[in-house]
Design a binder for this molecule. Structure first.
Ligand code: GLY
Length: 348
């Protein structure tokens, strides 16, 4: 079992990797525990839930709405939750986003923690204190920052995940390597097959390295005023692809990373050979879908929360393992999208 601490002015968070639910029992209150989960997780892991009131939502991105947050708060108040309530989000990325949001707004904030059950949430969503729901087609537009007291990542739980969900998590696993750690990138590329076949020892060591990268970035910039933006690599294009085609988050991010890498090469920030290297690894790992940039891409990006006064903070690459943040104007983005679409249509 490994532990990573994130100490920040907004609160401390302990990430426990490799433990089981038994390892967190002493961290939970004797009463007033509210477990927010989804119906799939309840089916697979319900027997492991600690004693508490269970609130199960529909699994999937469609649950990320203010209405669902309101419904959960309603269930909590009817069940007698007061300010001493403790919310335990038990699930993947969607559950963590919603449970974190509920905990940060219910009675102006109650204690919370996560048991993270998917690869995507163990390497990304459960760590770092971002909470949020979608506003129609705009992803995570309403949300807060609030650090969970602790996050338990029980890697054995990953063995019940469907293949697509594992691949989606691989997208975020790769992302951490591509922005910060070239050696990790090569190690993930070499081990992708083993992870997909359920080798949890291999997965655990790579998850630990990715989680350390994420924790290090969050520690230095918990509220995303600067450096934390690099964790959004691939997300600006990825969110548009995800919303338009309804594909899993990590696969949309993988696609978005290749577009952002193209943009990096187009801007002269990165050598074309690095783009080929990155694309090849994502392709070999089975993460690249054929989805094209939808027509509304520029309009969507200009309303994204990363956009400010006619330009957007983009995460680009200098090389695989080294991300940089650059401001790009909407007109430059329009030029790039025309170039990209033209290139893609020629390669069909
Ligand atoms: N998923 C990006 C972040 O936590 O900042």
């Amino acid at each position: 079992m490994n532990r990573i601490k994130i100490n920040s002015p907004e609160g401390d968070s302990l990430i426990i990797l490799g433990g089981t639910v038994d390892d967190i029992r002493t961290l939970l209150p004797q009463k007033g525990l509210f477990i927010i989960t989804d119906r799939n997780v309840q089916k697979f892991h319900g027997k492991k839930f600690p004693p508490g009131e269970v609130i199960a939502i529909e699994a999937g991105e469609n649950s990320k709405t203010l209405r669902v947050v309101e419904e959960i708060c309603g269930q909590m108040i009817r069940a007698g939750a007061d300010r001493s309530a403790f919310v335990l989000g038990f699930g993947g990325g969607v559950v963590c986003d919603i449970a974190g949001m509920v905990a940060s707004v219910y009675m102006r904030g109650v204690r919370h923690a996560f048991v993270s059950t998917t690869l995507l949430s163990q390497v990304d969503a459960s760590i770092g204190g971002k909470t949020g729901v979608n506003l129609g087609e705009y992803k995570n537009t309403i949300g807060t920052f609030r650090q969970p007291e602790f996050v338990l990542c029980d890697h054995a739980m990953l063995t019940t995940l469907p293949e697509t969900e594992m691949r989606s998590g691989m997208g975020e696993l790769f992302k951490h390597a591509i922005i910060r750690d070239r050696n990790l990138f090569f190690d993930i590329s070499a081990s992708a097959g083993q992870i997909m076949e359920g080798d949890m020892a291999v997965a655990a060591s790579l998850i630990l390295r990715a989680a350390r990268i994420k924790a290090g970035v969050v520690r230095r910039d918990p509220l995303e005023k600067g450096q934390r933006r690099i964790l959004n690599f691939g997300h600006t294009f990825g969110h548009v692809i995800e919303t338009h085609y309804g594909i899993p988050h990590g696969l949309a991010v993988a696609r978005g990373m290749t577009v952002a890498a193209e943009l990096s090469a187009w801007k002269g920030e990165m050598a074309h050979t690095e783009l080929i290297l990155m694309q090849g690894a994502l392709e070999d790992a089975g993460l690249l879908t054929a989805h094209q940039l939808p027509a509304e891409v520029v309009r969507m990006i200009s309303r994204d929360k990363k956009s400010e006064s006619g330009s957007v903070n983009f995460v680009l690459l200098r090389s695989v393992g080294r991300a940089v943040i650059r401001r790009i104007s909407i007109s430059e983005l329009e030029q790039f999208v025309s170039y990209y679409n033209e290139k893609e249509s020629q390669s069909q």
